[in-house]
Unconditional design. Structure first.
Length: 342
């Protein structure tokens, strides 16, 4: 089992590839559909996922796709289950298994991610359905007073419990402790808190006997708050992020797959590219983007089948650009190529 976990983890961070996070909850996906002028329905959620998963050429840059429970059980219009469709393209199906962040008792404004109840049985079902990796997101609020040690500790403990159960089931856990970048905090504060959170998470992972070689980390980049008037350069973001990770992430972890976390498509790509140019690092430096890969495609499609090919071109373009950044080979000139090549 440990060999299978190692092999899957390595495949997910293969050279030039990364992960598409298509695991938005129904509520979140409905909000994005509504903003794009699309009907909020199960069928339109399915149609968008089919548009992405059937984009020719995208699999050259996408190693795995994280699915939501509804999506995991859906099929293409011709009846092919989505997990099987991905496997046919050499893409590894994954599954989001947490049930969301809920208010943490005794900690005003902080949350705990739930979903551990019944997880062992759900993981067995997902494995039988084709899933070979999973994701659990802890949400860490950041301001002058938060996060508290209490919130950090309980979320780290839950992440490690989830990871241990995943590995027991033969599923690679993606461990995602996301320090939110809302607000006006400085990049110094972001680096300090991100480091504290990572230290707590890896202490729990070791305590709960998680095989580090059979997991992946999905962290935030170290950013100033989006409302801060003092925004760092792309180079500083890359340098600070790598410094924080080198201090706290063991070399045994095969890869780090960054979340895009509300950054613009181009910012997320540029910063990933810079980090790969600053290598080599002890671990592969990859991506697990949601909005950073699919936002342009959704806006272009807007529920109109006549625009399907244009939307797929947008997704293919973002996958290609991000795949290049995964190798430190991205250039902003690539953003102009879509207009020429379509």
């Amino acid at each position: 089992m440990s060999d299978e976990l190692r092999q899957t983890a390595a495949a997910l961070v293969a050279e030039g590839k990364g992960i598409l996070a298509a695991d938005e909850s129904n509520g979140t996906m409905n909000k994005r559909l509504k903003a794009a002028g699309v009907e909020e329905s199960e069928e339109m959620r399915r149609a968008l996922r089919e548009l992405l998963f059937t984009t020719e050429g995208a699999a050259e840059h996408i190693s795995g796709v994280i699915l939501y429970d509804e999506t995991f059980r859906q099929s293409t219009a011709d009846g092919t289950p989505f997990p099987r469709l991905l496997q046919q393209q050499g893409v590894i199906p994954g599954i989001k298994v947490d049930t969301g962040a809920k208010p943490l008792a005794g900690a005003d404004g902080e949350t705990i991610t739930e979903g551990l109840d019944g997880l062992r049985d759900r993981l067995t079902e997902y494995y039988d359905g084709g899933a070979r990796f999973a994701k659990w997101r802890a949400v860490i609020s950041l301001d002058d007073e938060r996060p508290t040690p209490y919130a950090i500790g309980v979320n780290a403990h839950a992440l490690a419990r989830y990871a241990a159960l995943c590995q027991e089931a033969g599923i690679v856990p993606i461990v995602e402790p996301e320090v939110l970048m809302d607000g006006d905090h400085t990049i110094d504060r972001a680096e300090e808190v991100s480091g504290t959170v990572l230290a707590a998470v890896f202490a729990e992972l070791r305590q709960q006997r998680v095989l580090l070689e059979g997991m992946l980390l999905k962290p935030n980049m170290v950013l100033a708050g989006y409302a801060s008037s003092d925004q760092p350069s792309h180079e500083e973001v890359a340098e600070r992020t790598l410094r924080c990770l080198r201090r706290h992430v063991p070399a045994a972890v095969p890869g780090i797959a960054f979340l895009s976390g509300g950054q613009s498509d181009e910012d997320a790509t540029i910063r990933l590219n810079l980090m790969n140019q600053m290598g080599p690092q002890p671990w592969e430096v990859s991506f697990s983007y949601g909005r950073g890969l699919q936002a342009a495609a959704l806006t272009t499609w807007a529920g109109d089948d006549a625009k399907r090919q244009d939307a797929q071109a947008q997704y293919r373009h973002r996958a290609r650009c991000t795949g290049a950044a995964r190798q430190g080979e991205y250039s902003e000139d690539m953003e102009e190529e879509l207009a020429v090549t379509g």
